[in-house]
Design a binder for this molecule. Structure first.
Ligand code: ACO
Ligand code: KIV
Ligand code: MN
Length: 532
């Protein structure tokens, strides 16, 4: 489906160049926090493939894993460190000697290694999880950030559960981390608890109150427990954060992390309101989404922003009409800008004439006004009965329309009683040369009953040589395509009928074959009457 891609910018929809805006560092944690999603484990080769794609698409920091957790994680971080040449490669470590030493070892071959040390700072986490006093945690920050810094220059420190931490204590922790050598300070919303205004204010306060805060880059790391991960991420940026931690498809613990594709495109599409940019090649977002979905076995929800299969699909007639006139009426970014080949105008029961006509044109059909109206009415009827109307369905429908426009026998109605308790019966109404006639017949099965009813209404001596059914498309609501071959006086005709109801398709096919036979007969016996 081709849509009119007007170059005229619509309000708020312009995709702007990023030259004069500040850069946001994109820290991808698909391979670490993303892999913490239950059931999302990836093997080594898969992780390497994802890391290479992240590197190619312009991710600044790739968090490759948590080396102390297992041999597999250690090997993944080591292997990715050897492969990735452009992005920084990060490994996670608790505030513990073994974690830090293992992490440094795993990052040994990285061109740009980063160690990410974390410890909880909220009263709840310190008391129940770590079972440590705040003073002990403060000391651990100094000790272990310092230990990490002795091994690697680029150290990030995270205040786990930062958004539920007392602000004075948080400021003291951040100050200690910077003093011990941390270059990046991450204040995660570990449990997805914060709201945008609060998160923005948190960054503003910490940056104002901590001495030497300008020596560090502040980072956001948001979880989606309340569905606010991306909103909070953007608020954190407004509060002064310049690094965003995110994952492809929003994969991550529980409800997931902020989705990279959403953050990147929010920055691009709303560059007028948010004066920042990332270095991500957005055209690779869809590919990355598909890869991560495949390797993690996590399906992408159909209506997922940016990368969901419906993100650029339109079914409603009014929207489709708008799209055909100017794509910006219903799209705030082009599908191409995120690597989707093109907008799709999905044909369904909400579609209108403009889209139907356009779709037929694309399939190679130019119908006159009357034929188009008739085909449209039949399409609506089909769409009412079928969830998705595929191109093949439309082709079957229009071919049927074109082929049968001049038929002398037409199907009007069919009611069949079938099931275990026979005999099966069919009540069939046809128009024969414009006159409506009905007959009820029984048979050995519903198809036999239908064919007997046809035989009664249009008596003929033709022999049924073939009856065959196949599905036009997939799914239990697929159209059945029935082929029927009849022979009479040495003449053989074959015809097809399609319908989601196999019995109706059978009746159509039989009637279509009779119509062809009538045409043949007509040539030798022009005055032949059809009705029985
Ligand atoms: C918010 C996040 O995403 S944090 C990252 C979460 N990711 C993971 O947990 C990855 C997988 N984890 C694992 O494989 C294991 O938990 C390991 C290897 C890390 C540790 O395993 P174990 O030694 O068996 O400890 P376990 O996981 O049961 O408990 C965690 C221990 O670490 C301590 N701990 C937790 N966080 C930290 C921290 N940041 N710094 C120091 N100690 C910490 C806990 O207090 C607890 O200590 P305890 O044994 O003295 O009570
Ligand atoms: C390890 C940290 C950064 C984390 O994932 C979180 O707090 O959510
Ligand atoms: Mn997290």
């Amino acid at each position: 489906m081709t849509t009119n891609k007007s170059s005229e910018p619509a309000m708020g929809s312009a995709i702007q160049e990023t030259a004069n805006t500040e850069q946001i560092i994109i820290f991808d944690t698909t391979l670490r926090d993303g892999e913490q999603s239950p059931g999302a484990s990836m093997n080594l080769d898969e992780k390497i493939e994802v890391a290479e794609l992240l590197d190619a698409m312009g991710v600044d920091v790739i968090e490759a894993g948590f080396p102390v957790t297992s041999e597999g994680d250690f090997e993944a971080v080591s292997a990715i460190s050897r492969r990735v040449k452009r992005a920084s490669v990060a490994g996670l470590a608790r505030a513990a000697a073994r974690d830090i030493d293992r992490c440094a070892e795993a990052l040994r071959d990285a061109v740009r290694p980063r160690m990410h040390v974390f410890i909880s700072t909220s009263p709840l986490h310190m008391k129940y999880k770590l079972q440590k006093e705040p003073g002990e945690v403060l000391d651990m920050i100094s000790t272990y950030v310092g230990r990490a810094r002795n091994r690697i220059d680029d150290i990030e420190w995270s205040a786990e559960d930062g958004t539920r931490t007392e602000i004075d204590f948080l400021c003291r922790c951040v100050e200690a981390a910077i003093k011990a050598g941390a270059r990046t300070i991450n204040i995660p919303d570990t449990v997805g608890y914060t709201i945008p205004e609060e998160y923005q204010a948190l960054f503003e306060t910490v940056r104002t109150r901590v001495p030497n805060s300008d020596q560090a880059i502040f980072s956001v790391h948001c979880h989606n427990d309340l569905g606010l991960a991306v909103a909070n991420t953007l608020a954190g940026i407004k509060g002064g954060a310049r690094q965003v931690e995110c994952t492809i498809n929003g994969l991550g613990e529980r409800a997931g992390n902020a989705a990279m594709e959403e953050v990147v495109m929010a920055l691009r599409v709303r560059a007028d309101a948010l004066a920042y940019h990332s270095n991500i090649d957005a055209r690779m977002l869809t590919r990355a989404s598909k890869l991560v979905s495949a390797v993690s076995s996590f399906p992408v929800q159909y209506n997922k922003a940016i990368v969901g299969r419906n993100a650029f699909a339109h079914e409603s007639g009014i929207h489709q009409d708008g799209m055909l006139k100017n794509a910006q009426t219903y799209e705030i970014m082009t599908p191409e800008s995120v690597g989707v080949h093109k907008t799709s105008l999905v044909m369904g029961k909400h579609s209108g004439r403009h889209a139907f006509k356009e779709k037929l044109k694309e399939l190679g059909y130019e119908l006159g006004e009357n034929a188009l109206e008739e085909a449209f009415a039949r399409f609506k009827d089909l769409a009412d009965r079928k969830k998705i109307v595929y191109d093949e369905d439309l082709i079957a429908l229009v071919d049927d329309e074109i082929i049968h426009a001049h038929d002398r026998i037409k199907l009007v109605a069919l009611t069949v009683i079938a099931g275990t308790k026979g005999p099966q019966s069919a009540a069939l109404t046809l128009t024969i040369d414009g006159v409506e006639q009905t007959h009820q017949a029984t048979g050995n099965g519903p198809i036999d009953a239908i064919f007997n009813a046809v035989q009664a209404l249009v008596p003929h001596g033709a022999v049924l040589e073939l009856y065959q059914v196949h599905a036009v498309t997939k799914g239990t609501d697929a159209q059945a395509e029935v082929s029927v071959r009849l022979s009479e006086d040495g003449k053989t005709v074959t015809a097809r009928g399609a319908d989601p109801d196999t019995l109706v398709a059978s009746a159509k096919a039989y009637i279509a074959a009779l119509n062809k036979l009538v045409v043949r007969r007509h040539k030798s016996r022009p005055d032949d009457s059809l009705a029985g």
